[in-house]
Design a protein around this ligand. Sequence first.
Ligand SMILES: [Zn+2]
Length: 595
Amino acid sequence: MSDFAQSVKQQADIVKVIEGYIRLRNAGAQRFKGLCPFHKEKTPSFNVNGGSQQFFYCFGCQASGDVFSFVAKIENVGFPEAVRIVAGKCGVPLPKREFSSPEEAAGARLRGKLLELHETATAWFEEQLRGPEGAVAREYLAGRGLTPENIKTFRIGYAPDSFNALRDRLSPIADNETLRASGLFASKEHEDGTLGPIYDRFRKRVTFPICNESGRVIAFTARTLETGDKAGAKYINSPETPLYSKGSVLFNLDKAKAAIRQMEFALLVEGQMDCISVFLRGIQNVIATSGTAFTEQQVALLRRHTSQVVVNFDPDAAGSNAAEKSISLLTEEGFTIKIVTLDGGLDPDRYIRERGLEAYTAALRGARRQSDYLIERARQSFPGASAEQKVKAMNFLLPHIRRLPEKLARDQFAADAAQKLGIDSAVLREELRQAALRRRDHIETRATALTEVERVLLRALAIDDPEFAQSRNLAAEALAQQPTWFEHLGAFAALQALATRQARDPMDVIEDEAQRALLAETLLAETKPPEESEVQSAVQEIHEHTIVRRLRDLRELIAEAERHGDFAELALLTQQKLDMDRALRQLHNQRPPER
Ligand SMILES: [Zn+2]
């Protein structure tokens, strides 16, 4: 690890950094717990040790490491980039950039430049909105109930009716190729495949910046102010760029994440305008899907903050494919979902403007469990008491029931459905059983389990405590002098690395992730180093096991020598066996009397 990385690590608090990504609960003594961002789970097995230890470990998927490994894994970046991200979070100034490859350097340079272009474009659009050309747009926004203060919060702007105004503004700060890559411009493709000159993509539109999780603008969505044939699409968005991938951004997450964690649920609406409107009127845990179905990446992004979602889609879109798909995916991923239906068929934006915050809050409180909502829909879609209608209603519900990851929830849903639809529950239960059979519940087992002896040695070697220096020395010496005694242990690589680590951080010296996980698990269970006597008996036990194994081998070899009538060999082996027997007896005599 470079000096720079080392100094960043000293200044970073792993708990604070990880809390920027997922919710953690204090579990006492500098320990924190939360839902693991690296595997699916409903009960927290992800641990973070603050204080002097500064590492994380997940009992579920065995992910572990220090603050840099966490950031590298969650941001999906390399180690150098992770160091820079952490440095940024802690306000440590960056040294001259170092990259592992020219491509990485070029990629980072391009992304940096694109962020700059987006920032400049945002400020410029804001300026245009305030200017004379922005009058129509200001009128539109005022009509939606937005104050100048509100407009500033979301950095809403206006793209004037021009093919080159933004291009002229940005071309002094970036070359043509970079401008093309920004997605802020479009160009005609000629027949021979070459591209024509670039022109402004957003024209005569209200611009809404789309931000990444840290609040930097990475794309725009823009609403037309035209009506009639000339208008084109109501909204147009930035295309995919090196900065922006539609499927991995949740609109407003940067502003909503603190409130989502605090309130322990996210309110999901469909459109950006709904989202802005609801947020500005005081409900700050709101995010938007932007009208397309959720992707796995978005689900993963959301899971870092909550596992409960209240869905309030437009009534006319509630049955739409995108909405259904989003809800299905969230259900499959174990989210708890409630559904709001607003009366009067209003969308969230209009509802909150016309009826006020209190009425909307009441509607949210009245959100129905997803199962109740679906059963109600089944009843409305297939009314009547005939057997045929009931079968149809059931068939509508079964796919939803099957999707629930937990058996208990499936049973509950089925029982409710049976009762509310007036279906003979024995019939439904049989159907459900069939549906449930298609799911496979699997239990994960640990690949390696540590023995008590290994735990003692790991703790002796990894925990720095001057009072227990002798415990550490004992363990390190045994490993150095008799490495063969330890070879068969699952944690051998970790033990060896720790024994020779000198003053380095224990989590740093173990390169293999699985081995690091073994250490992390041990340290989470017990934070004190072992007494000298514990190390002594651990080493003795390993010595004894070594002898016992050797004796077993010798017995086989002796039997083999006897079969072949190899008497010279037999004499040699028998002598070795006698030596081993004696060694074992000696060991037993040394052992302190059993307690
Ligand atoms: Zn995990």
